[in-house]
Design a protein around this ligand. Structure first.
Ligand code: FE2
Length: 334
């Protein structure tokens, strides 16, 4: 397959995925799940929002749950840029392309720029966030899976090529991808800025919708301990998939659904991906080991359910699996 060369001098410098903003109907329930069960740290809480972070994170929040009585949605995916100047460059770049953007006020963050990306997902950029203590050596506070930092998000997208083109123009580099066998048709793209397999993933499906967001854990045993703690506290039914290992990305993983149905992955064992001369890894669509190198198959819910973005109507995917391929794949999955 002929893939475009990586853009090594992007128009502005996005450094990493930074945070996810969700809505939830009951902040007490959200706090029990994310803090008491999984082990995220509560940075702040008021009547309107719960701010959470991983144990090693020095930024104020990587997960925000905003209270809402409505159907749970994702309000935005946040990325960090390196400097305030990069924010200005981002604004200019978006303006030149006729992409609407707005400066917004966001608590505990510096100036924040909100826009819609090439997949139709709401994105916000900031260069600064309030600094809080890293708790990576407060071992007495480790609990559940002891999640350390937000690593990546995955979005189901209706037009993978369009999302790919948008992010590669901004310097995101492709580490792995899925394509229909014997073709160049992209079905999933794993894109990174921070030097490991991915900051954001786009997978073919009804979208845009947030499929999951993922935190690293220190040890494999922490994945198991998270499952044990979840079971002990009555949250066994919230475990959706795993433990297992993905072929793509090499992640050892477990997935949970939160009280509002949002999906979170805990994982470890990613690899370094920095050198731009290393070609991305290709996975054929019919290769079921891309989703699971070993472990029990995913549920249908894992494949087809996701969180909608606020005010964004998902579209059916442009690419359709031929029925024979799809059924063969699903037959190996379920
Ligand atoms: Fe993931």
């Amino acid at each position: 397959m002929t893939l475009p060369p990586p853009v090594l001098d992007p128009p502005f410098n996005i450094t990493r995925v930074s945070h996810v903003i969700l809505t939830g109907r009951d902040l007490d329930a959200s706090q029990r799940f994310y803090s008491d069960v999984l082990g995220l740290v509560v940075s702040d809480r008021d009547k309107d929002a719960l701010y959470l972070r991983g144990l090693e994170e020095a930024g104020h929040h990587s997960l925000v749950i905003r209270k809402s009585p409505d159907a749970p949605v994702c309000r935005a995916i946040g990325f960090r840029v390196l400097t305030e100047t990069d924010l200005e460059k981002a604004k200019e770049w978006l303006d030149r392309r006729g992409i609407a953007s707005q400066w917004i006020e966001a608590a505990y963050q510096g100036r924040t720029l909100r826009f819609t990306d090439g997949s139709g997902s709401p994105i916000e950029l900031c260069a600064r966030m309030d600094i809080v203590p890293r708790l990576m050596q407060s071992f007495d506070r480790f609990h559940g899976g002891s999640p350390q930092h937000l690593d990546h998000v995955q979005v189901a997208a209706s037009d993978i090529q369009r999302a790919f083109d948008f992010y590669t123009a901004l310097g995101f580099r492709l580490t792995e991808y899925t394509a229909r066998d014997n073709t160049d048709e992209l079905w999933g793209v794993w894109l990174q800025r921070k030097g490991n397999p991915h900051d954001i993933v786009f997978s073919n499906g009804r979208g845009p919708r947030l499929h999951h967001f993922a935190y690293t854990v220190p040890e494999v045993r922490d994945l198991i301990h998270a499952c044990d703690v979840a079971a002990s506290l009555g949250y066994a039914s919230r475990m959706e998939r795993g433990p297992g290992r993905h072929g793509i990305g090499n992640a050892l993983f477990v997935y949970f659904r939160d009280p509002d149905g949002h999906r979170i992955e805990l994982f470890n064992t990613h690899y370094q991906a920095i050198d731009p001369d290393v070609p991305p890894i290709r996975w054929d669509l019919t290769n079921t080991s891309r989703s699971q190198l070993w472990g029990l198959p995913a549920t249908r819910a894992w494949f087809f359910e996701a969180t909608e973005f606020e005010g964004v109507e998902p579209a059916e995917p442009l690419l359709k699996a031929d029925p024979v391929t799809l059924e063969a794949f699903l037959a190996n999955q379920f």
